[in-house]
Write a protein of this length. Structure first.
Length: 493
């Protein structure tokens, strides 16, 4: 059974999804089956994670066909890291989802909702684990189509428009990606990532390969919401059901960044990407603007979900900034931030999900006095907010510290100062929420409002506590991120 773990990683969710959809008259059973599938997926991800922690690479041939003729699933330290992020977030979000989904989704749609969630989950896992370029496109489509449905099921009518905007921009992104993959196939005759890496040097000095790189980079940048290609993200996160926002904010952009890293470092190679095409000089200004502009926009938001959505765009900027340093330390900091930001932002959106459950919304006016009425929920928001800012003893600090070291190592002193300054912007928009929740009285006091149910609160507190655990004991995540960076720099998957 252990040898088939890579196939199980995708097959579990894909197999359970249609079964869940047929349980339309039993929403609780559909939730239980989805929860079981997510925890099983996490278990498989952890087993794979342990097996590749020492630098081992696992190759799985689908149907016994050897690559490059057959489809290969490949796991190394880099994508095992992302698989654990997906598995961990999906497993923790399911206990949170039971009451949240029952409140926000019509009963007749709950089974369909969980089926779409499993498909989105399977798509993200497939993108991460496959070593076939065309399969990456296919799994992107599976995940995206399911995500559009999940967002559109939000109880706000604007969710449908948000889903449509996401559909349009997502389709453009995958079209660009497919064109780029097509160009690679025309020039090399293969779709296997490892085989592409070995054949591309012979044809790298051609316009077709440069065009392929451009199409793939733009397509993936749309998927990961790199400024200024981020316009789909704020509305999608704001109007989606709470559970969907938690899941997508912690996983979708992280998977897209992993795909960018895999193509840049494994397929095209460092020399072609950063020396021949000078990719760093394009990424760095986009990353700087991607941190600064959304952070400034976030300061002026009155809807806290939208505020955190713009914050997510800024955090993508931090990840891209680390990549733009074109150094092992910068790459390690970006990979580290994939995990640290996932747990931080998931905790923040979970706290907002608790507030939505009790207050019905998360505009600043609705949060007045929430600190006294829902102390545990707001306490979780404050702690996770400190991690988002990068306060010492939090996971966010560990990331920003290593980004700062990478900037100084590369001699980018202004960037180092910029990192410190933008942390103050994060403090400003987090403080807006804290000030309203703790220091303003509600316009219409409601004594019936109380703390969120344990089913919502416990997963929120667990993720919030993890931001402290991985801040205080960050040596493990730092060491593994360094191993993952070495796997990307070192060779094919």
């Amino acid at each position: 059974m252990l040898e088939h773990l890579p196939a199980l990683q995708v097959a579990i969710a894909l197999t359970v999804a249609p079964v869940v959809m047929m349980l339309g008259r039993a929403p609780r059973l559909s939730w239980a089956l989805t929860t079981l599938a997510c925890w099983a997926t996490l278990a498989v991800a952890l087993l794979l994670f342990v097996r590749v922690a020492d630098g081992t690479v696992i190759s799985y041939e689908m149907g016994g066909w050897e690559p490059p003729w057959g489809i290969e699933y490949s796991i190394d330290a880099a994508n095992a890291w992302v698989l654990v992020i997906i598995g961990l977030i999906s497993a923790i979000v399911m206990p949170f989802a039971r009451k949240s989904v029952e409140q926000e989704i019509r009963t007749s749609r709950i089974a369909l909702f969980y089926s779409a969630f499993l498909l989105a989950n399977a798509g993200l896992i497939g993108i991460t684990i496959t070593s076939d370029a065309f399969n990456i496109f296919v799994f992107f489509e599976i995940s995206a189509l399911a995500s559009y449905a999940l967002i559109a099921m939000g109880n706000d009518r604007r969710a449908i428009l948000s889903s449509y905007q996401y559909l349009i921009m997502g389709t453009v992104g995958t079209t660009f990606l497919l064109i780029g993959i097509g160009f690679l196939y025309i020039m090399t005759g293969t779709l296997n990532l490892g085989d592409l890496a070995s054949r591309l040097p012979e044809v790298s000095d051609t316009r077709t390969i440069r065009a392929a790189f451009g199409f793939i980079a733009v397509g993936i940048s749309l998927k990961l919401a790199l400024f200024p290609l981020h316009l789909w993200l704020p509305n999608a996160y704001t109007y989606a059901p709470s559970m969907v926002t938690v899941f997508l904010s912690a996983t979708a952009t992280k998977v897209a960044i992993y795909v960018l890293l895999r193509f840049v470092y494994t397929v095209f190679g460092f020399e072609f990407s950063f020396v021949d095409l000078a990719m760093a000089w394009l990424l760095m200004p986009l990353a700087v603007l991607g941190i600064l502009v959304p952070s400034l926009v976030a300061v002026f938001q009155t809807n806290v979900k939208r505020l955190l959505a713009y914050s997510s765009v800024a955090q993508v900027g931090y990840m891209i900034l680390g990549i733009s340093f074109a150094s092992a330390l910068g790459l390690m900091a970006s990979i580290l931030h994939l995990f640290n930001h996932a747990i931080t932002k998931a905790a923040l959106f979970m706290a907002l999900g608790c507030l939505v459950y009790r207050l019905g919304g998360v505009s600043l006016s609705q949060l007045a006095g929430a600190g006294q009425r829902m102390p545990w929920t707001m306490g979780a928001f404050v702690v996770a907010g400190l991690s988002l800012i990068g306060v010492p003893l939090t996971a966010g600090f560990v990331t920003k510290w290593h980004l700062l070291l990478a900037a100084l190592e590369a001699g980018f002193w202004p960037i180092a100062a910029f990192l410190l300054g933008t942390s103050l912007l994060a403090a400003l928009y987090v403080w807006k929420v804290v000030e309203v929740a703790y220091f303003r009285e509600p316009e219409q006091p409601d004594a019936s409002i109380r703390e969120a149910p344990l089913g919502l609160l416990l997963p929120t507190l667990l993720l919030t506590a993890s931001t402290i655990v991985f801040g205080v004991f960050g040596s493990f995540t730092v060491a593994y991120a360094r191993t993952a960076a070495a796997a990307l720099i070192g060779g094919a998957p």
